[in-house]
Design a protein around this ligand. Structure first.
Ligand SMILES: Cc1cc2nc3c(=O)[nH]c(=O)nc-3n(C[C@H](O)[C@H](O)[C@H](O)COP(=O)(O)OP(=O)(O)OC[C@H]3O[C@@H](n4cnc5c(N)ncnc54)[C@H](O)[C@@H]3O)c2cc1C
Length: 237
């Protein structure tokens, strides 16, 4: 797989405890929306037993200018190293990898996404809107609180006045005053408010393993055929 040294162009906090890192796209690097890459710190001052590399989905779409990753900034050696990378500094990247991509044809796509699992989803939806894809897309995106939601503004902007894309942010632990949208865990009743025939769409599950497992179970109980369920589990959460 091709390897590149990529240069950090910008880093920013995009949600509570969550940072996005923007890299200049290296010459000749091509990827499909939904794919991921492996990032390796060049000369880390410290490492731990998990090593000096991690996998991150590419959160911006292929048509966008930069390569962007976003991650929950836990206190691990790798993430301390990543956070301290200065603008202009470099990191080794290899890839792209993975086949978590939108299906061909006009069947609706329903994304059931949790927390940082939004990264490949943002890329896929932004690319689909850019290409004026024919099928409808519904994104049901769960976080504990609005502060923890990642790319909420980007997703709201993509959905604004757009009959092809419905964005449903869900908060599982928001106070009564702070959120008047969907609340609680994604369940059959909530899904039914946005999807009339649950067996019709192709589903895309992404996020921490526990969330992906719970969503798969829900869909299987509703008799969704296994080949209509695609999943990207973020190991390490
Ligand atoms: C296909 C794929 C795509 C991915 N895309 C992304 C992405 O876009 N963004 C992203 O952030 N991650 C993504 N991941 C996960 C990513 O590769 C890392 O595993 C993850 O970010 C955790 O890294 P870490 O350094 O925080 O923890 P690690 O050091 O890797 O932690 C390993 C273990 O320690 C535990 N642990 C570490 N710190 C804590 C803590 N503070 N609290 C509780 N437990 C802890 C973890 O649960 C885990 O069991 C992806 C993974 C896969 C497989």
């Amino acid at each position: 797989m091709a390897e590149y040294m990529v240069t950090l162009a910008e880093k920013e906090e995009v949600a509570s405890g969550t940072m996005a890192f923007h890299f200049k796209k290296p010459e000749g690097f091509e990827f499909k929306a939904g794919q991921f890459a492996k990032f390796e710190l060049a000369d880390p001052i410290e490492t731990d037993k998990e090593g000096k590399e991690r996998i991150f989905s590419l959160a911006h779409a292929p048509y966008e200018k930069e390569l962007v990753i976003a991650t929950r900034m836990r206190d691990t050696a790798f993430k301390r190293g990543l956070k301290s990378l200065p603008v202009g500094g470099q990191i080794k990247m290899s890839g792209p990898y993975g086949s978590f991509g939108l299906h061909e044809g006009t069947a609706p796509a329903v994304f059931l996404t949790g927390g940082i699992g939004i990264t490949p989803v943002r890329s896929m939806i932004a690319q689909a809107m850019q290409e004026k894809r024919a099928g409808k897309i519904i994104l049901i995106y769960a976080n504990r609180t609005p502060q923890e939601g990642v790319f909420l503004g980007d997703l709201q902007a993509l959905a604004e006045g757009n009959p092809k894309f419905t964005f449903v942010p869900v908060m599982t632990a928001a106070g009564e005053q702070s959120w008047n949208g969907e609340k609680g865990h994604i369940n059959r009743e909530m899904l039914g408010r946005y999807v009339k025939d649950l067996t019709e769409p192709i589903y895309y599950l992404s996020g921490p393993a526990g969330m992906v497992g719970a969503m798969r179970e829900l869909l299987e109980q509703e008799k969704v055929r296994p080949e209509k369920i695609k999943a990207e589990e973020f190991s390490g959460y």
